[in-house]
Design a protein around this ligand. Structure first.
Ligand code: FES
Length: 838
């Protein structure tokens, strides 16, 4: 065949998949494995100009054809440029498949409308739900003439030498910062006492003689693009030019300790650290400039990485100021960060410099990584969830050439030279299991009500009880209702993956975790190895959404690598991802309220079973309140999810507020505003309503909902109509406020993505199960939002420069489900209290 313009001969079995041949034999990892069933489009390639799923095509079937992968476009195609320009990606894992499908579309139809775009792109899943930007990018590509080739961003700085011990485990005076990035100036911001927000180990940066500033943080970027926003903040306060500032994230050897990337804490915690670090760096540059020029510091300014003497215009670059230096500065007194109202670099729409790598296929995700001599690992799965291993016989698998088989507690796994051999080795293992009785899905509501536990699974705290006033005695009209939500799956487009390598008794694991330091600790525990001898590196994973917190894949890869004496990579199959990950918890929520005739809440009782306490408190005034979270024994494994239980708690609360408003005959928006205590949330409600035309909606069916979470405020207004017994979404407006806006482009992308991801949970996502089996564990059976599901969506960003920036990765997801439920009620008079709504 001809691959990307060059003739290639592929011998061997003609029945093997084209995807595996491209990736493993030709090293073209731009074609991504996503599902193995042709449902997600991540592996799309062009065969004689037509988009085909490389996972469903054999090498033999394309013999003699011309195959184009994303690498073959070479960064020259208008679609690639448009995807970068319009920020049409988050994690970027779907992007190569999206770009190639769009290329084929524009070949057929040079000016497609939205309908044609949706039809062509509907087979490609973007789990980050960047669909609106993808539409915009395709329109843009149709407009522009052939542009110059895309230039890749300068590569991220390399860690030149691994330190003898991870820096967070090394006393500060013993750290050799200069071994890592060479000479220059290192500025260290120790952790605040008491720690700001969640526990973390401060931050530091290195200024090189080339004038590059490299910041280090233990946070990771799983597609939410905190990298760009944090870079903007460091550039802003350090007075550096944005292209001269880079971040190294999530490398446990050289980054400060961080508890994990969750809870929308990147902006709130590390954003503040980057600003302080930057402000101190700028002050240092001015001091050094004053010394060098022999002038008072007060006569100097610093911007774009240059210190200028204002009276004489003499200038000296940051790089020149650190030539030959090996100087370490520790921030003792933190200068105040710059006010957001005067921002120059932050506050501007900025596309991620690394997005070029996503559209060209150059970005390597954990499942793309290879090491010399690498084996492929696979894990033996029990016959049912909760099954316990009684005994196992590895002898037949171990006897297979090149196979290493291990057992460690409940883990049974193999490593082999290729994936098919590893799968065959698993089949050769004889194991006996004990399968406990399982709760049935049909009994789930009753099960959760009747199986309370003391502590919640998933690490989000135990039970909660809050009581004020006397709920039972409060006057007014009473209403009560129960709301339910099912388990739903994160289903990141890249499944869990880890690559482990031992070298000289030290272990390195590359994996897409959201908690690199916790993963290191889990590895140390499991393997009985000093944590100082373990390095965890987090390349950008293909999505997380709260689902990539646990360390089991890393541990399995490390155990296999140790046993085999060679690097081992494990990549979960899609079926494993659906069945053996963990889920957003199912929920049962009882709400009782009392309200006076003039529309004031007098009592509010809210009990959530199982889901969690996030978002459980109400922003509405009610003198008497009883709030309870009752953890329950969960039939399925459950854990954190984007915005945790705030998704279901907002569904219940905002649905109920709507019910009360209708029962009183008061406009639902007016009822909310009358009872709101939070002026920032009220402003966001008004912004969404105004953009949606709420006041003048007449007979159009609209629903509205909103809330406060993680210091962000969201309100979503949805318009629907009923046609032929179906509900059709006509339009979504989401207004969002999270303080000072650092990167409007990234923020808009997060708001759109979260709203659409929430649309899936609202309309159709639900994990079905029976007897310890997941019944819909594939993209064919578990429906996630596709581009054709997305109505026109408008985002209103409310900027508050006087408020420190908060996160945006989670909160915008919480309002869409109740807004749709309320709109359905407006359209049909039918109140649906169980998710999914359709
Ligand atoms: Fe599409 Fe992440 S950007 S899956």
């Amino acid at each position: 065949m001809v691959v990307n313009g060059a003739p290639r001969e592929l011998g061997g079995d003609p029945q093997r998949s084209l995807l595996m041949a491209l990736r493993n034999e030709l090293g073209l990892t731009g074609s991504k494995p996503g599902c193995g069933e042709g449902e997600c489009g991540a592996c799309t390639v062009l065969v004689d100009g037509e988009p085909l799923r490389a996972c469903r095509v054999t090498v033999g079937e394309v013999a003699g054809s011309e195959v184009t992968t994303i690498e073959g476009l070479g960064g020259r195609h208008p679609v690639q440029r448009a995807f970068v320009e319009m920020g049409a990606m988050q994690c970027g894992y779907c992007t190569p498949g999206m770009v190639l499908t769009a290329v084929a579309l524009l070949e057929r139809d040079p000016a497609p409308d939205d309908h044609a775009i949706d039809e062509a792109m509907n087979g490609n899943i973007c789990r980050c739900c960047a669909y609106p930007a993808i539409r915009r990018a395709i329109h843009r590509a149709a407009e522009v003439p052939l542009p110059p080739p895309l230039a890749a961003a300068p590569p991220a700085p390399e860690v030149a030498r691994r330190p003898a011990r991870p820096w967070d485990l090394t006393p500060a005076p013993e750290r050799d910062y200069f071994a890592v990035l060479g000479e220059g100036l290192v500025v260290v911001l120790p952790p605040a006492e008491p720690a700001r927000g969640f526990a973390n180990g401060g931050a530091w940066c290195h200024i090189s003689p080339a004038g590059t500033i490299t910041g280090f943080t233990g946070k990771v970027d799983v597609g939410q693009d905190n990298r760009t926003a944090l870079t903007q903040l460091l550039a802003e306060d350090s007075g550096a030019a944005l292209p001269a500032v880079r971040l190294i994230m999530g490398d446990t050897d050289v980054c400060p300790f961080d508890v994990g990337t969750f809870g929308s804490r990147s902006m709130a915690d590390i954003g503040a650290y980057m600003r302080s670090l930057g402000a101190h760096t700028r002050a240092l540059m001015i001091t050094r400039g004053a010394e060098r020029l022999g002038v008072p510091p007060a006569e100097l300014d610093a911007a774009d990485g240059i210190v200028r003497h204002l009276p004489t215009r003499q200038a000296i670059g940051y790089g020149d100021l650190v030539q030959g230096a090996r100087r370490l500065e520790t921030v003792a007194e933190i200068p105040p960060p710059s006010p957001a109202s005067g921002w120059v670099t932050a506050g501007r729409a900025t596309s991620a410099p690394e997005s070029v790598e996503a559209v060209t296929g150059a970005r390597r995700y954990p499942s793309d990584l290879r090491r010399p001599g690498m084996l492929h690992g696979a894990i033996l799965r029990p016959p049912a969830l909760g099954a316990q291993l009684k005994n196992v016989d590895l002898s037949a698998a171990s006897a297979m050439p090149g196979v290493t088989a291990i057992q460690a507690g409940a883990l049974v796994a193999v490593a082999a030279p290729d994936v098919p051999t590893a799968r065959r080795a698993l089949l050769a293992i004889r194991a006996e299991w004990r399968i406990p009785p399982q709760a049935a899905e049909a009994d789930l509501v009753q099960h959760l009500r009747t199986h309370p536990t003391q502590a919640a699974a998933g690490g989000w705290g135990g039970s909660l009880h809050h009581e004020a006033g006397d709920v039972d005695a409060a006057p007014g009209m009473r209403l009560s209702a129960t709301y339910t939500a099912p388990y739903i799956a994160h289903a990141p487009l890249e499944t869990r993956a880890a690559l482990a390598e031992w070298e000289g008794g030290r272990l390195t694991v590359w994996t897409g975790t959201q908690t690199p330091f916790a993963t290191r600790d889990a590895l140390a525990d499991a393997l009985a190895v000093d944590a100082a001898d373990i390095r965890v590196v987090v390349p950008m994973p293909g999505g997380g959404f709260g689902g990539k917190h646990t360390a089991e894949t890393a541990i399995a890869a490390a155990r296999l690598a140790r046993a085999a004496g060679r690097p081992v990579r494990i990549v979960w199959t899609r079926a494993e991802e659906f069945a053996w990950a963990y889920f957003r918890p199912a929920a049962v929520i009882d709400v009782r309220s009392a309200v006076s005739e003039d529309g004031r809440l007098t009592a509010w009782s809210f009990t959530t079973y199982n889901a969690g306490a996030a978002g459980i408190h109400t922003p509405y005034a009610a003198a008497s309140q009883r709030i309870d979270y009752v953890p329950a024994e969960s039939p399925l494994p459950q854990g954190s999810y984007r915005a945790l239980a705030a998704t279901v708690n907002h569904f219940a609360r905002e649905s109920h507020m709507d019910e009360v408003a209708h029962a009183l005959g008061i406009d639902p928006l007016e009822f909310r505003l009358r009872n709101l205590q939070d002026e920032r949330l009220a402003a966001v409600f008004r912004a969404a309503a105004e953009r949606a035309g709420w006041a003048g909606r007449g007979p159009r069916a609209m629903g509205i909902a909103g809330g406060v979470e993680k210091d962000g405020r969201v309100a979503t207004c949805v318009e629907v109509h009923a046609a032929d017994g179906r509900i059709v979404l006509d339009r979504i407006v989401t207004a969002y406020e999270c303080g000072a806006i650092v990167n409007p482009a990234g923020l808009r992308s997060q708001v759109e993505g979260a709203t659409i991801m929430g649309l899936g949970g609202a309309l159709f996502e639900a994990v079905h199960f029976a007897d310890g089996h997941i019944l819909n564990g594939s993209f064919a059976e578990y429906r996630v939002p596709r581009i054709g599901d997305v109505p026109p969506i408008e985002v209103v960003l409310v900027n508050r420069p006087e408020v420190p920036p908060a996160g945006a990765g989670e909160t915008p997801i919480v309002a869409i489900a109740p807004a749709i439920a309320n709109a359905i009620f407006a359209a049909t008079g039918q109140r649906i209290r169980s998710l999914p709504l359709l």
